[in-house]
Write a protein that binds this ligand. Sequence first.
Ligand code: DQA
Length: 145
Amino acid sequence: MMLNGPNLNLLGAREPELYGRTTLDALEADMTARAAEAGAELLCVQSNHEGTLIDALHDARQSCDGVILNPAGYGHTSVALRDALIACERPAVEVHLSNIARREPFRHKTLTADVAIGTISGFGVLGYRLALQALLAHLDALGEH
Ligand code: DQA
């Protein structure tokens, strides 16, 4: 599953100097194709609502082998999202389009990063591709892909 958090529905239009010009639709289409090429099926979910993101992580317990997560703003604030990521019991790669370490101090930490197997930050949409590669390699190593 590729799970994108709040405001990422506006990808392409929202602060393009920070987040780039690729739309969410284009990102999801590209990632779905890349996953298929690698023999995986990608479920794409985006929500602006904390509870919906949490529900998606609960559903992933049954339906997904791993998660690519851009928690967006909730990564910095949501203990509940962190708890859901733990409860999900699936390996997750955290992605941020921007380099959160170079931004305001409140963005430097996320509550989800130490639950993820790794984080990719600062490479725009390329980060999602790298995350897919990393997640599939991790699942291959576990014999689950
Ligand atoms: C973001 C970084 C977050 O700090 C911010 O709240 C976002 C997007 C990123 O992809 O760079 O919404 O997760």
